[in-house]
Structures are given as structure tokens and as C-alpha cells.
Design a protein around this ligand. Structure first.
Ligand code: HEM
Length: 162
């Protein structure tokens, strides 16, 4: 297995990949789990971002974060295995697909944005938990998060057409 071609070649020849390509129902069932996963992820992230942007100011931001963050983390247990399974069906096609590359890049950007948010401005959340606008930096990051995840979902859907 020399280099990426070797790994992808090995993956494409694997019984798992073969099953994902030959079974009528396996790929769509796996895609349903992928969809259920990102509905949970993007849904919980969007609800948190909309709160930071100023909706429902009576809802304490930290309490909402404590409720939603574990669900968005848990959703990765569905999204990533299902995504990798679908990837394994046509690894060469997906790895060479600009939309797929953009999707993975956007997912990385969303992760970095969330990390900078939680390690940065979110440390001052006690000062803007309820009733007052969040600091401009927090609102900017919430807006960026919404835009990036919308782009990830768009890339995911467009994969079937590219
Ligand atoms: C983490 C956030 C992710 C989101 C929000 C997301 C979103 C999506 C969406 C919206 C679709 C189209 C579903 C459909 O129209 O039926 C999709 C399909 C797909 N995703 Fe993801 N995805 C994510 C992560 C991943 C990861 C980590 C991988 C793999 C490395 C991956 C691989 C795929 C593949 C291979 C498809 C199938 C394309 C097709 O056959 O149409 N996704 N994803």
C-alpha cells in the first residue's frame, strides 16, 4: 500500500466497499444515518447560534449550551462512521471531487470557529447570559457558524450531482 492511491485502492477493493456498492439498500440506509446525524448537529448548532445572535434573550446562554453541546458532539457518532462508509464506496471519485474537498475544508473551518469561540469570547458568557446582547465578536462567530454549516450541507447535497 504505497501512498494515497494504495490506501484508496485497498479501501475500494475491500469487502466493505464492495458491499456498499453492490447492496441495493445498504448505501441509502447508511445515508439516512448520516442525515439523522447532521440534522442533530446542524440543528443544535443553529439553535445555539440564533440565541447568541439575540433570539429568546430570556433563555440563559450557558444553560442552552449545556443542553445542546453534548447532542452536537454525540451526533458525530452517527455522521462520521456513516460518512466514511459512503466515502469507502467510491474513495477515488470523492477524494478527487472539488465539492467533497470543499465540504471537508468547511467542516474544519466550522470546528476551528467553534474552538476559538469556546476558548475565547464564551469565557465571558456570565456577563451576557440573559437579557443583554452578546458581544459583537460572539455574534460574528455565531453568524459565521450558521453560514459555514449551511455551506457544508449544500456541498453534501451537491455531491450527488458533481
Ligand atoms: C460533519 C458534518 C457533515 C455534514 C453536515 C454533512 C452533510 C451531508 C449532506 C447534507 C449530504 C447529502 C445527503 C443527501 O442529500 O442525501 C452528505 C452526503 C455525504 N457525506 Fe456528509 N456531512 C458531514 C460530514 C461528512 C464526513 C466527515 C464525511 C466523510 C469523510 C462525509 C461524507 C459524505 C458522503 C460520501 C456523502 C454522500 C454523497 C452522495 O452519495 O450523495 N460527510 N453529507
Amino acid at each position: 500500500m504505497n501512498g494515497a492511491g494504495g490506501v484508496l485502492g485497498w479501501l475500494e477493493a475491500s469487502p466493505l466497499s464492495l458491499a456498499m456498492r453492490s447492496s441495493l439498500w445498504l448505501y441509502p440506509i447508511v445515508e439516512i444515518f448520516h442525515i439523522l446525524g447532521f440534522v442533530l448537529l446542524v440543528g443544535s448548532v443553529a439553535m445555539f447560534d440564533l440565541r447568541v445572535l439575540g433570539w429568546s434573550r430570556s433563555v440563559p446562554v450557558p444553560a442552552l449550551g449545556r443542553h445542546l453541546l453534548p447532542w452536537s458532539a454525540a451526533s458525530l457518532l452517527l455522521i462520521v462512521p456513516a460518512g466514511l462508509l459512503m466515502f469507502s464506496a467510491h474513495p477515488h471519485d470523492f477524494i478527487g471531487n472539488r465539492v467533497f474537498q470543499l465540504k471537508l475544508g468547511l467542516i474544519a473551518a466550522a470546528g476551528i470557529n467553534a474552538l476559538v469561540f469556546h476558548l475565547g469570547i464564551y469565557r465571558s458568557v456570565a456577563g451576557w447570559a440573559t437579557g443583554v446582547p452578546a458581544p459583537p465578536a460572539a455574534r460574528l462567530q455565531a453568524l459565521a457558524s450558521l453560514a459555514i454549516w449551511a455551506a457544508v450541507v449544500s456541498c453534501g447535497r451537491l455531491l450527488a450531482y458533481t
